[in-house]
Design a protein around this ligand. Structure first.
Ligand code: ZN
Length: 361
């Protein structure tokens, strides 16, 4: 009897240890802007079907991206949906359809004492990152969005757009304001590389986005920036963290209908996803969710030949639009509680599930 009891205690202890590990402490939310299934498929095809990070997903779902006033969303409305769990009107950022501010998962995590970060290849005041901290009726109010960002306490910010902080029409110097709050503000990646903790704003281009890869951005930029953000966030806070990483320019190249440039951005994003999945392998309690805000370009992967009974004679990548489309986008989950992401989801439900798993709200 005694032996049965002690065995039971060992089993219970093991269960206890396992369930303690299963709690989500860290979330890495990765958004491929404009990344539909065709974009992921093109990456896999052009990689010769060698495994990509997306092939490692432990659970997969599909997401409906429509906004509150348009079946084809823009990045402001879909960013708001993913950041806050509220569908809103195209063009508006961080507000509900009536214009009232809505809080993001990043903000809620910050209030609970978690470390937070935003890593993008666009400027840091663009729609997708902006949805995580700003509240404006028009996504183009970049100076206002920068002002709102300077009032936040997000630990890690990597992207472009330094000029919105120190070359403003209203003359305010937000770089000085952020430095006074303890931020290291720099436009040099080399300076960021030397950091391992503390608040940092790495804004690597004056106005506008980082260079597209085909125009000279380091093709390892997003992977390196993701790795550095993870290092800083894990050193800064034992409570855990929320990090959003965006492959921003998949969308831009989709608007340009430029497949080689789009593939270059997909490869950059793929390497960043690998960094995140590897981090989750090494740090139990980490959940990585990779999705898109919408598809861009209406990309299709057609055969060059009309004869579908023949062997393949090459592919023809065709774009159906220079704008966004209304197709479903994929959701890939990896790490702790990955299995919760499955089936056909509303984009807002991705946010709500992440919020529940990370913050219990
Ligand atoms: Zn777009």
């Amino acid at each position: 009897m005694k032996k049965v009891f002690s065995t039971l205690i060992v089993i219970l202890a093991l269960f206890g240890a396992a369930s303690a590990q299963e709690k989500v402490q860290n979330v890495i939310f990765m958004i491929g802007d404009g990344m539909g299934l065709a974009q992921v498929s093109a990456l896999m095809i052009e990689n010769g079907y060698r495994p990509t990070a997306f092939d490692r997903a432990q659970s997969v779902a599909l997401s409906k991206t429509y906004s509150a006033n348009n079946r084809v969303t823009d990045s402001a409305a879909s960013g708001t949906a993913l950041a806050t769990g509220v569908k809103t009107k195209n063009k508006t950022l961080g507000v509900d359809p009536e214009g009232a501010p809505v809080r993001s998962i990043l903000k809620k995590a910050e209030e609970r004492g978690l470390a937070t970060g935003l890593v993008v290849t666009s400027d840091i005041v663009h729609a997708t990152p902006g949805a995580f901290y700003a509240h404006v009726d028009n996504r183009s109010k970049y100076e206002e969005i920068a002002l709102q960002l300077s009032d936040e306490d997000i630990d890690v910010l990597f992207g472009g757009g330094m000029g919105y902080f120190n070359k403003r029409k209203d003359g305010q110097n937000l770089v000085k304001k952020m430095q006074a709050k303890g931020y290291t503000v720099t436009d040099r990646w080399e300076e960021v590389e030397g950091l391992s903790k503390g608040k940092v704003a790495g804004l690597f281009r004056e106005f506008g986005h980082l260079l597209p890869i085909v125009e000279g951005r380091d093709s390892l930029y997003l992977a390196k920036a993701t790795g550095k953000a993870l290092e800083i966030l894990s050193n800064d806070n034992p409570e855990g963290f929320f990090l959003m990483v965006e492959g921003s320019q998949i969308d831009f190249e989709g608007h340009d209908n430029d497949l080689p440039a789009l593939l270059a951005e997909m490869r950059d994003f793929d390497r960043a996803v690998t960094v995140a999945f590897d981090y989750a392998d090494q740090h139990p309690g980490t959940l990585v969710v990779v999705t898109a805000d919408h598809e861009t370009g209406g990309l299709s992967i057609a055969s060059r030949s009309d004869d579908f009974t023949a062997a393949e004679s090459g592919l023809s990548y065709r774009f159906g639009t220079e704008d966004h489309s209304g197709t479903l986008v994929p959701v890939y989950a990896y790490g702790t509680e990955a299995g919760q992401f499955r089936g056909v989801m509303e984009n807002i439900d991705i946010n709500r599930l992440l919020t529940r798993l990370l913050l219990g709200e």
